[in-house]
Design a protein around this ligand. Sequence first.
Ligand SMILES: Cc1ncc(COP(=O)(O)O)c(C=O)c1O
Length: 434
Amino acid sequence: MRREISFSQLVDELGSLLAPSLAEDWPNMPIERAKGSYVYDVEGKAYLDFVSGMASCNLGHCHPRVEEAARKQMEKLVHGPSGVFAYESMVRLAYELAEVMPGDIDCFFFSNSGAEAVEGALKLARYVTGRPAIIAFYGGFHGRTMGCVSLTTSKSAYRKNYHPLVDGIYHVPFPYCYRCPYGHTRAACGLECLEAVERVFAHLVPAEDVAAILLEPIQGEGGYVVPPEEFLRGLRGICDRHGILLIFDEVQTGFGRTGKMFAAHTFGVVPDIMAIAKGIANGFPLSATAAPRDLMKKWLAGSHGTTFGGNPVSCAAALAVLEAFREEKILKGVGHLSEICFAELEAMKDEFPVIGDVRGRGLMIGIEFVGPDGAPNPGACQDVLDAALAKGLLMYPCGNKGQVIRFIPPLTVSEAELRRGLDILRRSIEEVRR
Ligand SMILES: Cc1ncc(COP(=O)(O)O)c(C=O)c1O
């Protein structure tokens, strides 16, 4: 007989109902609802959410414009599938997205998740170039499908027991300047990470066999690592010289996170292919592989497809997201909010030796915790996260050892909410380091 069971009883059984790969994540906080910058637990306690649905709800939870658009769409059409039907929300979204993409990127393959968008980029690059090899970077995170896991090196745990992975992917060091892979100082950098790419051509795979160089313009899961602009420009140059496609995985950096619509705008470097997701529909599942029409037209009928990708409701939500960016001038406020964060966080860094580095762009900010010897300090990072959560602020770790707090409030956060979050963070560090 079917047993009646309450939500709190279900939560007690979480560990047996959900796979441990999910159930043992942190903090797995039972929540009931969310609005704007806040999530509310089952007792009604409010938490400032500076995880923003893992950088998906850039406009805050349940943004009224997005909710309304999704609700209206649900009354008309919930599922296509695309390909069998052409429905307005998807076609119009492609038309409107083209206006905000960098360079001449104006053609889209819609899918559901970030991983699918990256997978699509990988397939597109191989398909149109006819070349087998891909160059990716240490510390990159690109998702959980076999193709994406093969690109991902932010933690070896993500790859463990999945070998053999997709063949033909070569990893090189990423310019994690705070912990330079070559031990250089910033002044004497010499961009050896760029030379490493050339060394791959010389020793491992000739440039003419390389389809694409694929990277996050700012590494997310790998520790919120910001490369020098010259590095990204240098990669663009290498790709141009050898007919290699440059792919930006902007799944996390996209939709205003770095202060401009995409990190490509922030850095002034235009890729050939982009993977976009997360903030695209403010929490509705949607993603896209994007490229200029001239390139995309070589991806012939039948070579890629989807059942659920470009869901009508998600596309309607994404159209409302773009409208919000336009009408509510979302990007206008990000610079000011970012300055407040950096001023406060830099001051905390000067005050607390446990903070080794503060870095980022816009409202995509990483705070790296270190021990007295400068080594990564995941223990201090987790203690601060726990203390902050107890005080009503949710943040989430990243970095190879979990030593970095990702500080990603919604772009719509009010100045008062932001200052409250920063104050909780300060008090949490004080408490932990007492
Ligand atoms: C840069 C980047 N790429 C890809 C992904 C995978 O996205 P999803 O979890 O939606 O498959 C993520 C997820 O965090 C990401 O941050």
